[in-house]
Design a protein around this ligand. Structure first.
Ligand SMILES: Cc1cc2nc3c(=O)[nH]c(=O)nc-3n(C[C@H](O)[C@H](O)[C@H](O)COP(=O)(O)OP(=O)(O)OC[C@H]3O[C@@H](n4cnc5c(N)ncnc54)[C@H](O)[C@@H]3O)c2cc1C
Length: 398
């Protein structure tokens, strides 16, 4: 297996670097680097830049306005964006709903919703989880009852990321209470401006608000907003999750984070010497660097398989576990490196655009450490990934 990049790949990497250098304003990259909260306008700006270039939807087919890149190009693009501190593209419309509509949506739904996703006309959020339905998603209770040309929806969604900005939510709802739980679920597109939709913010451990509860009370949803067939939503939901778990290793984010740890630890003093010379700290940095190198190779191996047309299998569970452990360890090392300057709730510093007064950009370090605890929970918790991986290994061993 050849894991080196071809001449075309290297030329593509240079083109991406060039594009980012031209289009990404330094202040915006700085906000991302320092983990300051991005506004809706920040997200919309970067979305528009990529759309104009035709690079907004790397995995969409060209006939839907996508770039139709292969696995290697996607990997290079994601890595360069992370290293340059470009805003992360909000995945709900582009990476999740788009592929579902392309595979299971009606012609009318494709013609109407897909261009709106690219143009940024709608901000989508994901209404899967409920209190009591996270890992066991099929236990969801939000009910949709047919009433003429509408469904009437009642229930509660939770952990809805960036729902405060959204005008549309794709929801899993129960349309049959008699059937086996996976067989009574449907996939509905709900306008968040409809009467009966209420978004309530949840404050996270870092003091920020990025997730919400979404309450649905007698919300009337036109039947044309049903995707695919009634009670077949579980199939579409699972298809969407395979797209949710792309770029799961986050190699670019970890490389940027590790560079930052080394930079800080080279200047922060401990016992009269730079912290990086402390054997205990240096050993942890070395270990996480080795883990990152090993994971990058595994990631490239999987990408190379995907480029050769083989679907990634249970290795994506492995990448999710290892990738999130590495990112969490890096945020822990950063927090330790800045020491007492890593104040947890300095919201003025986290949110403002004012340059931070201290030498280590420490304002958002603790907040980032706390925030990144989420990585091992969402997108399928690490415990669940271990279960998936172990079951498959045992099946293969039989
Ligand atoms: C920051 C953040 C953003 C999110 N954004 C969204 C979003 O936009 N839309 C959305 O729909 N959802 C979202 N989620 C929800 C996320 O998908 C769920 O949190 C996740 O699936 C876990 O479900 P839960 O929180 O209900 O935990 P539970 O399923 O109750 O699990 C609790 C603990 O028990 C463990 N556990 C559960 N079952 C097993 C088992 N069978 N074996 C071993 N261990 C087990 C879990 O690993 C976990 O540690 C988000 C979550 C977070 C933290």
């Amino acid at each position: 297996m050849d894991l080196s990049f071809s001449e075309e790949d290297l030329a593509f990497r240079a083109e991406v670097q060039d594009f980012i250098a031209q289009k990404l304003p330094a202040e915006l990259a700085e906000k991302v680097r320092l983990n300051k909260g991005l506004s809706k306008a920040d997200h919309d700006f970067w979305h528009a830049q990529l759309n104009e270039k035709g690079w907004l939807a790397p995995n969409w087919p060209k006939r839907f306005g996508g770039a139709e890149w292969g696995a290697v190009q996607r990997h290079i693009f994601e890595e360069e964006c992370a290293l340059a501190f470009a805003p992360r593209i909000v995945p709900f419309g582009l990476a999740m709903l788009g592929p579902v509509l392309q595979k299971f949506g009606s012609q009318e739904q494709q013609d109407y919703w897909l261009p709106r996703i690219l143009n940024g006309d709608d901000w989508w959020c994901q209404g899967y989880s409920e209190p009591g339905a996270g890992s066991d998603l099929a236990a969801l209770k939000t009910r949709a009852v047919r009433d003429g040309d509408h469904y009437v929806v009642n229930g509660q969604k939770t952990w809805t990321t960036l729902g405060q900005h959204a005008n549309m939510i794709f929801c899993l709802v129960r349309t049959n209470v008699e059937a086996k739980k996976q067989e009574g679920i449907s996939f509905l597109l709900i306008d968040m401006d409809s009467p009966g939709v209420e978004v309530r913010p949840i404050t996270l451990i870092d003091g920020g608000v990025e997730v919400n509860e979404v309450w649905l009370t007698d919300v009337r949803v036109p039947v044309e907003n049903l995707v695919g067939e009634e009670n077949k939503g579980w199939t579409y939901a699972k298809y969407l999750l395979t797209h949710e778990r792309t770029n799961i290793a986050g190699v670019g984010f970890s490389r940027a984070g590790l560079d930052n740890v080394k930079r800080i630890a080279g200047r922060a003093m401990s016992g009269g010497r730079p912290l990086i010379e402390n054997p205990h700290f240096a050993a942890r940095v070395a270990q996480v660097e080795i883990d990152l190198m090993a994971m990058s190779t595994t990631n490239l191996r999987i990408i190379s398989k995907a480029a050769a047309g083989q679907a990634p299998g249970i290795e994506s569970s492995l990448l999710k576990i290892k990738g999130t452990q590495i990112r969490q360890e890096i945020t822990d090392l950063t927090r330790r490196a800045v020491g007492p300057q890593a104040l947890p709730f300095v919201s003025e510093e986290v949110e403002s655009n004012i340059p931070l007064p201290d030498a280590f950009d420490a304002g958002a370090v603790a907040a980032s450490y706390f925030n990144n605890r989420k990585l091992s929970i969402f997108g399928g918790s690490n415990e669940i990934q271990r279960e998936i991986y172990a079951k498959q290994m045992m099946r293969d061993a039989k």
